[in-house]
Design a binder for this molecule. Structure first.
Ligand code: ACO
Length: 326
């Protein structure tokens, strides 16, 4: 008989960043950009990011992040029965980055593995999907990963986008539990806004057709992001019967310090409870939330038993939130 656990809980976190941090001035000089450290810091709060060397893939970045998360959870690859990788920059068209990662980790037990594409909301989407798998009783130990090499889809002649992003990976182990972990999740999308943020290219006839670079209406994204991040945060708080005052930490998608501050303000969450890593990582899309979470956990900022709200927003448009007891 299938045992249905009451809860699913994060039991370990991990992350990985490629190479050394690249500061704004260094990036501007290396790419010959018509920009300045002052402009980037003032408009985005970003001071540096990590960029993967040519040829480094999302599954390669995910590998050490997963190993760290498994170690923190006290688990081995053989314990994992589900691998979900949230990415918009997969290694190949197919097979999935999750299948490649499963092989790299040496998971040889036939664990299910698939990619999930919800751009910057990908990690929250993947966490929510895995939570449902686990609570249904079909799976017991999931590796949920956000891994991106966004530098591959940036147009380095577009100063309005290329300074915003970075590469990296973050992972969590989510397990069946008798103790509360994930308290509530909410996922949403509105495809009518597909043109606001997109990479409108495709592989066809042996060629890339259309535009293979990220395009964005920055101001429209900004306004949309702040609104839906506040709405979806309130939605999961209400579902779980948790008040804003009971929140210990807020980890919004790390796109821009101004979006983070505006969201925290709209939610009446004090700035000190909002985890910020975008200043050092740039926007790493699906990796941004697990990267920020792992960093805060390893620094001792987020502790066991604390109430944490994760929320993402990204191309699609997609958005979602997960409220949890860490
Ligand atoms: N350096 C110097 N000048 C720049 C740069 C740059 N890197 N980029 C743009 N500019 C210039 C523009 O060309 C423009 O010049 P002009 O007035 O001579 O025409 C001027 O700065 C103002 O441009 P705006 O686009 O109006 O600047 P804005 O204040 O809106 O800031 C930004 C742009 C930072 C992109 C902002 O709109 C933003 O943060 N939007 C949110 C987008 C975001 O975070 N996207 C991430 C992906 S989406 C996601 O993760 C959900």
């Amino acid at each position: 008989m299938i045992q249905t656990p009451k809860f699913s809980r994060i039991t370990g976190t991990g992350s990985a960043l490629p190479g050394a941090p690249i500061g704004n001035a260094e990036l501007i000089a290396a790419r010959g950009l018509d920009s300045s450290d002052e402009w980037i810091v003032e408009r985005t709060g970003i001071r540096s990011r990590h960029l993967a060397a040519p040829g480094v893939t999302a599954s390669e970045l995910a590998l050490p992040a997963c190993r760290h998360a498994l170690e923190a959870a006290g688990r081995t690859p053989a314990d994992v029965d589900l691998v979900i990788v949230a990415t918009s920059t997969p290694d190949y068209v197919f097979p999935s980055t999750a299948a490649l990662l499963q092989a790299k980790l040496g998971i040889a037990n036939g664990a299910a593995a698939f990619d999930l594409q919800a751009v910057c909301s990908g990690f929250v989407y993947a966490l929510s999907v895995a939570e449902k798998f686990i609570r249904s009783g079909s799976h017991r130990c999931a590796l949920i990963v956000g891994s991106e090499v966004f530098s591959r889809i940036l147009d380095w002649s577009d100063r309005g986008t290329c300074v915003l992003f970075g590469d990296g990976a973050g992972a969590v182990v989510l397990e069946a539990s008798d103790e509360p972990g994930i308290l509530a999740t909410a996922l949403h999308a509105d495809g009518s806004h597909h043109g606001m943020l997109s990479v409108p290219g495709q592989v066809g006839g042996g060629q890339v057709t259309g535009d293979p670079f990220l395009r964005m209406d920055g101001q429209a994204v900004f306004k949309f992001a702040v609104k839906v991040l506040a709405d979806v945060a309130n939605e999961v708080l209400e579902t779980a019967g948790v008040s804003v005052d009971q929140l210990d930490w807020l980890i919004p998608h790390q796109a821009n310090v101004r979006i983070l501050s505006a969201t925290a303000k709209k939610l009446h969450v004090p700035a000190g409870k909002c985890i910020v890593s975008v200043d050092r990582h740039g926007n790493t899309s699906a990796a941004s939330i697990p990267l920020a979470l792992d960093e805060a956990v390893r620094q001792g900022t987020i502790k066991r038993g604390e109430t944490v709200l994760l929320e993402g927003v990204g191309g699609g448009f997609t958005w979602g939130a997960a409220l949890l007891k860490f």
